[in-house]
Design a protein around this ligand. Structure first.
Ligand SMILES: Cc1cc2nc3c(=O)[nH]c(=O)nc-3n(C[C@H](O)[C@H](O)[C@H](O)COP(=O)(O)O)c2cc1C
Length: 177
């Protein structure tokens, strides 16, 4: 049994990346999935002064514990102006401040992205693939879903058969390791 933590890197209540992360997580056999809903998280914007005066918020410690309890992180990144969304970056900044911690706790990660556009968040995906390894993520593979609204339906998940086949092949490879 694999414990999966599914994360959409967006605080939108209708996040397409949360949908993709949750759908992808559901394709892993023999797994227990916990899904993080960033839209429910109220976290002050990180500042050195706030950390000094108030310490690290309780939710951030909980988030780190959830990472530590997982065997695999399935993370789908929303792209805002070519980068991580402010909400997700803020959470990562706070988490990195837990003493002695690398943000992602040396956990295996399947890194995804999607957007309504044809590039499917490829820019932020490439950046994160580069930088997350220094933040304690062991990235097993990446996957970008282009043109979300043409290729995904809420009840069915990914509707494009070729794309779904590609995703399932990656999941099979990750599951074998
Ligand atoms: C401030 C802002 C900046 C955006 N910048 C990009 C971008 O650089 N590339 C892109 O593909 N989409 C961009 N978009 C569109 C997002 O991909 C789209 O809103 C998507 O739904 C975000 O993912 P989410 O639903 O998981 O939050 C942007 C949207 C906003 C609101």
């Amino acid at each position: 049994m694999k414990n999966i933590l599914s994360i959409g890197g967006s605080n939108s209540t209708v996040s397409i990346n949360k949908k993709l992360a949750d759908f992808t997580s559901s394709l892993f056999n023999d797994s227990l999935v916990k899904s993080l809903d960033l839209s429910l998280v109220e976290l002050p914007v990180y500042s050195v002064q706030l950390e000094g005066s108030s310490g690290i918020p309780e939710f951030v410690i909980e988030f780190a514990n959830q990472i530590d309890g997982a065997d695999l992180l399935v993370v789908s990144l929303a792209e805002h102006n070519g980068f991580l969304t402010s909400g997700f970056k803020n959470l990562l900044d706070w988490t990195s401040r837990i003493p002695g911690r690398k943000t992602f706790g040396e956990k295996s990660m399947f890194l995804l992205a999607t957007s309504p556009g044809e590039r499917g968040g490829a820019t932020v995906l490439g950046i994160a693939q580069n930088i997350f390894q220094y933040q304690g993520a062991k990235i097993k593979n990446t996957f970008s879903l282009p043109s979300f609204y043409q290729n995904f339906e809420d009840e069915k998940g990914i509707t494009n058969e070729e794309i779904l086949k590609d995703l399932k092949k990656i999941i099979e490879e990750i599951s074998l390791n």
